[in-house]
Design a protein around this ligand. Sequence first.
Ligand SMILES: N[C@@H](CCC(=O)N[C@@H](CS)C(=O)NCC(=O)O)C(=O)O
Length: 221
Amino acid sequence: MAGKPILHYFDGRARMESIRWLLAAAGVEFEEKFMKTREDLEKLRKDGSLMFQQVPMVEIDGMKLVQTRAILNYIAAKYNLYGKDIKERALIDMYSEGMTDLNEMVLLYPYLPSRDKDGRLTQIKEKSRNRYFPAFEKVLKSHGQDYLVGNRLSKADVHLTELLYHTEELDSTILANFPLLKALRTRVSNLPTVKKFLQPGSQRKPFEDEKFVEELKKSFG
Ligand SMILES: N[C@@H](CCC(=O)N[C@@H](CS)C(=O)NCC(=O)O)C(=O)O
């Protein structure tokens, strides 16, 4: 039997958090090797583990996978979170790509220089409220089903749930006009695997505050 996937990243959310969420939702146990210094990153680069010299990197099924979306797609395909046919997969991809566009803004936000933060926060709120959340609310309303695609949990539901939690941390009122998104979040949060991940002490990472980012910058130079 293959061992647990091993996640290589630093001990923060950023680009690895969606991978943690998806593995957790799929009920897959995983190990993490946290890079603590620039030397740890250089070591992975020198031993040829990072195809593009970048992390996240995940060791899984004898592969060393990089590129966040490729990793997520592999996990989704392997654990049946990627639709039942190519049409469902196309929808899941389309929704996930929209979520990624918003998520990029959200995940990079803590790492921005202070002078850029207010502007970015305004942009995140505007895009959430006026572009992305109405689009996903409309999908749920159009078919009246429990999940975004095919009436069955997919990676898109997991990514959206993560995104809803993270945007709500930035603005507690952001979901006020989106009852179906709130219901989806509750539904996904109540899945036993996700419920466990949402408990304190899980491998879920907290919001990166200024102190965390400062320490990280010191360690990675
Ligand atoms: N497209 C890549 C981007 C990866 C990326 O930018 N990783 C950052 C850390 S979050 C990194 O390794 N930066 C060092 C570098 O690019 O040299 C992905 O989605 O995995």
